[in-house]
Ligand binder design. Sequence first.
Ligand SMILES: Cc1cc2nc3c(=O)[nH]c(=O)nc-3n(C[C@H](O)[C@H](O)[C@H](O)COP(=O)(O)OP(=O)(O)OC[C@H]3O[C@@H](n4cnc5c(N)ncnc54)[C@H](O)[C@@H]3O)c2cc1C
Length: 435
Amino acid sequence: MAFDFSVEPEFQVDLDWIDQFVREEVEPIDALFPGHGLMYDKQNEASQKLVRPLQQRVRERGLWALHLPPNLGGTGLGNVKLGLVNEILGRSSFAPSVFGCQAPDSGNAEIIAHYGTDAQRAEYLQPLLDGKISSTYAMTEPQGGADPMNFTCAAVRDGEQWVINGQKWFASNYKYASFIIAMVITDPTVAVHRGASMILIPKGTPGMNLIRSVGLSDDRPGEGSHGYLQFTDCRVPFDNLLGEVGGGFKIAQTRLGGGRLHHAMRTVAVCKKAIDMMGERIVSRKTKGAPLADQQSVRHAFADSWIQLEQFRLQVLHAAWQCDQHGYDKSREYIAGIKVATPKVTMDIAYRALQLHGALGTTNEMPFGQMLLGGVALGLADGPTEVHKDNLARKVLKSYRPSKDELFPDGHLVSRRAAAREKFGDLVEAELGGW
Ligand SMILES: Cc1cc2nc3c(=O)[nH]c(=O)nc-3n(C[C@H](O)[C@H](O)[C@H](O)COP(=O)(O)OP(=O)(O)OC[C@H]3O[C@@H](n4cnc5c(N)ncnc54)[C@H](O)[C@@H]3O)c2cc1C
């Protein structure tokens, strides 16, 4: 077995090009259009005027929609290489849009590509792939998101139509979306994992109404892009079903596996940015006549951040490699592992960077508050940390068996020594003495 952390020279050329392009061409757009969600607003002429030519350059370079296979308009890089790209793109909130791999559109495109009919692909997938529209994924309900058994939003078949009633909560970017993919109950008589389906609902369908747009805590009151939705006798054609009736959770697994991986990859970039800013600040700013970095505790904060990111980055790349080798379904413990690590590493590093910038770090003149809040959100979006830890432990614990002895563990040194003595005792009896 060979371990080699280098990449092919041609791919390194691409990575270097992406790095320079993001720093010089894309990050300035973040500075002009700050705030949540603006990269999803395809109707915003001002930002799109800057974004579209950059998207064209990415296409010409053959780097568009790298998460998708070639037959769907992507380049099919595989997750490890995608990880190396995403750990650059994550520096910038507009970069994933410029490269055609913006969540949740990337995940939504993936599932329509996998499970959609030709008609669905033409109507929903193609404009998504072309970067012309945005989309929303609506699974969570106001009465509880972590436990799908609480879901009640339901679709009932009426001839050639579905009739949908219920509510959805925190449908991100609904404000900018042209359609939503909703997980709805289609058979309440069986377990939710077999009784839920995915349905495509175009924006503007009568009966699908926005109760309000919910904002994050740093949005101004009344602002925000997370849709709280009401469905009242909302009718869509039966053919808007994505995949099979009852197949909702299977599809969600495809979507969320890749999505969680991509979030973690982009988080590497966010943390690297915070560490770079921390490094620059502590060698620039002086206290007691010397740079902050002359203080041991400051150096430790920097070192802890560097080590944490190094560990996380390797964990993410390894999880990506597992997914490439064995698929998302068989790599669930690795995906859960990075899902749990992502918010923690973000919050730890963003917090240290903020602290070392003093009061300036807390302001809206620096990105650390948003990074911190981003970390908090990543511990909830796509399921809370506790649930993923639990799933991870359940899966890994399947390979463990109870100890042979009820009272003492198999690793108990007394019994191990007795067994070793039985095996080798004759040969070393004299040397062991009383032991
Ligand atoms: C920024 C952001 C974007 C989001 N985008 C979307 C989206 O686009 N589409 C969508 O459908 N949803 C989205 N969500 C919602 C997200 O999926 C839910 O917040 C998440 O599944 C948790 O559901 P809940 O908020 O109802 O928390 P609850 O289910 O009420 O849980 C609350 C808390 O209880 C604890 N808890 C719950 N269950 C357990 C358990 N089994 N063991 C131990 N502790 C537990 C956890 O601490 C959890 O955070 C988003 C959330 C955020 C923050």
